[in-house]
Design a protein around this ligand. Structure first.
Ligand code: NAD
Ligand code: ZN
Length: 257
């Protein structure tokens, strides 16, 4: 997909005029790293079907049964496909471009819906993982996070070492509230932003998808990078129609960093 140079130039101008630029990323950010989106024509759920909309409720009700069903779900096609893709994935040029923008002081933070850890692998430091991380476990009672020792859970995790509470993997399940501290951190960034680069997200998953709209209402400018039109497109000041890696590479080159 060819990137329109005038859109890139307009984005560069907005970024140069801004003091607190924040990137908000979704599944489209990692498609060029080989991780498919969930929704959309080639999405994992579009091809295999969507999981239960109440998985967090099921976990709360009976964690032991949940972990047992997790073990069975490991062989379900969509889980197998996702795990394989995540295991193989490496950061793409877009992840590296954002890390470079942060290093040069142009970008203040990345608020991501992705759980894949690829922003950190590329060198981004100030990353808020609004839907959690596949590399961590979390206590739902006190919020304490610990490294996830193994990606394949074969037995229920032990209680939290801090409070004795209930531990699950950090990635947010359907129906699960975003942990308070994480949501607060993301809201602070969207409040401080005077320019938000919204990359590879349909903005349909709430509350993450609402943050660019709140930033816009507070006076921030919006730059959208997406291969397709989204419900946010009409509200954006600049739209770069293209894939995340090529668009961000073009942006970094034009910013001369
Ligand atoms: P989403 O809202 O993140 O939408 C994906 C968006 O990416 C769409 O708007 C699509 O047009 C766009 N897109 C596709 N390929 C692109 C590319 N190469 N460059 C730029 N844009 C591209 O939606 P979802 O897939 O429904 O995901 C639901 C939730 O699950 C989100 O929170 C998402 O972040 C998470 N998820 C995470 C991962 C991951 O960690 N890599 C993978 C799948 C889903
Ligand atoms: Zn705890």
């Amino acid at each position: 997909m060819k990137i329109a140079l005038d859109a890139v130039s307009a984005a560069v101008e907005l970024i140069r005029d801004s003091k607190h630029v924040v990137a908000m990323t979704g599944a489209g950010m990692s498609v060029e790293s080989g991780i498919p989106t969930f929704r959309g024509p080639n999405g994992i759920w579009s091809r295999h079907g969507q999981p239960s909309a109440n998985s967090y409720g099921e976990w709360l009700e009976d964690p032991d049964a949940f972990w047992s069903s997790e073990r069975v779900r490991r062989v379900e096609p969509w889980v197998a496909e996702l795990r394989e893709a995540l295991n193989q994935a490496k950061p793409n040029e877009g992840h590296f471009a954002l890390a470079q923008m942060e290093l040069s002081g142009i970008l203040k933070s990345v608020v991501t819906q992705n759980i894949d850890g690829l922003h950190q692998d590329a060198g981004s430091v100030n990353v808020i993982e609004i839907h959690g991380s596949r590399y961590k476990m979390r206590c739902v009672d006190c919020g304490d996070r610990t490294p996830r020792e193994t990606l394949f859970i074969n037995s229920p995790p032990p209680p939290c070492v801090e409070c004795g509470g209930r531990v699950k993997f950090d990635s947010v399940l359907f129906g699960e509230p975003i942990p308070q501290a994480t949501l607060k951190a993301a809201q602070i960034e969207s409040d401080r932003a005077d320019c938000v680069i919204v990359i590879g997200t349909s903005t349909s998953v709430k509350p993450a998808g609402g943050l660019p709209r709140i930033a816009k209402a507070n006076g921030a400018t919006l730059i959208e990078i997406n291969s397709s039109e989204t419900p946010l497109t009409r509200s954006c000041d600049v739209v770069i129609r293209g894939t995340a890696a090529s668009a961000l590479l073009g942006l970094v080159e034009s910013l001369s960093i």
